[in-house]
Design a protein around this ligand. Structure first.
Ligand code: PXP
Length: 256
């Protein structure tokens, strides 16, 4: 699969898991996440993100190949650090694999990966993904300890969990934003590409998009929810506009 990445511009990866969640509620084929991937491509999204969970509650195994066949957009496969998921990633060879923590009972990915505590479990999996030419990303909290662990593991990318920022208000929100900006700068200084995601909406995306060093945002639940009202294409276009307006390479570098 060709991966067309535009340097400088803030990339938008659209997580289409929840299109599959709606499909799975009735057990049939509709709505098809592949159609969502095609719409994301037409609407100016830069990548497709999908999380193949152990319990297959949204994306299923056969969706991966169908998504890869349907669009040239790079696929970012979110996966737990297990032998089963490693084998699937090596078979499908997505552009990127983002290693996330996974608990069966959680509603969503609640926190970052403990890259520091799980070093021995992660090292062989990261190594095999990298050897296969898959760009590895670790979904971590914006903390020095976790970033250092990502460096030790030689992951080229870290995705910072923005859940704490998304749920915070007032001074706490400003503090979370600063933490994300500082950690993005530290990651970039050490040669890692910083990404961010989780809980981002039209209302809270711009301060994150204004952080110059962040290269990619991965956004899912809010866009699929908005799509119910305005359609997926319009929702992705609106998110793109907001991100571009705030990002220093394409807009003012400020939230509006
Ligand atoms: N990035 C990662 C690594 C995720 O696991 C998720 C989903 O939890 C997202 C981004 C997107 O989060 P949301 O659906 O809240 O936009």
């Amino acid at each position: 699969m060709s991966a067309v990445l535009t340097p400088g511009k803030l990339r938008l990866g659209v997580n289409i898991d929840h299109v599959a969640t709606i499909r799975n509620a009735r057990g049939g084929d509709h709505p098809d996440p592949v159609r969502a991937a095609e719409i994301v491509a037409a609407a100016g999204g830069d990548g497709i993100t999908a999380h193949l969970r152990e319990d297959r509650r949204h994306i299923r195994d056969d969706d991966l190949a169908r998504i890869q066949a349907a669009t040239d957009l790079p696929l970012n496969l979110e996966m737990a650090a297990t032998e089963e998921m490693l084998a699937i990633a090596l078979r499908h060879k997505p552009h990127a694999a983002c290693i996330v923590p996974e608990k069966r009972e959680e509603r969503t990915t609640e926190g970052g990966l403990d890259a520091a505590g799980l070093h021995n479990q992660l090292a062989p999996i990261v190594g095999k993904l990298l050897d296969a030419g898959i760009r590895v990303s670790l979904f971590i909290a914006p903390e020095v300890r976790q970033l250092e662990a990502a460096m030790t593991l030689q992951a080229p990318v870290v995705e910072f969990h923005t859940g704490e920022y998304a749920h915070a208000a007032g001074e706490q929100c400003a503090a979370e934003l600063k933490r994300l900006a500082d950690m993005a700068a530290l990651a970039a200084r050490n040669g890692l590409e910083p990404h961010a995601g989780h809980g981002l909406t039209y209302d809270n995306v711009q301060p994150i998009a204004a952080i110059p060093l962040i290269a990619e945002l991965n956004i899912g639940h809010y866009l699929v929810g908005e799509a119910v009202f305005v359609g997926l294409e319009a929702a992705v276009r609106r998110m793109r506009e907001l991100m571009d307006a705030a990002h220093p390479s394409t807009g003012s570098g400020r939230s509006e």
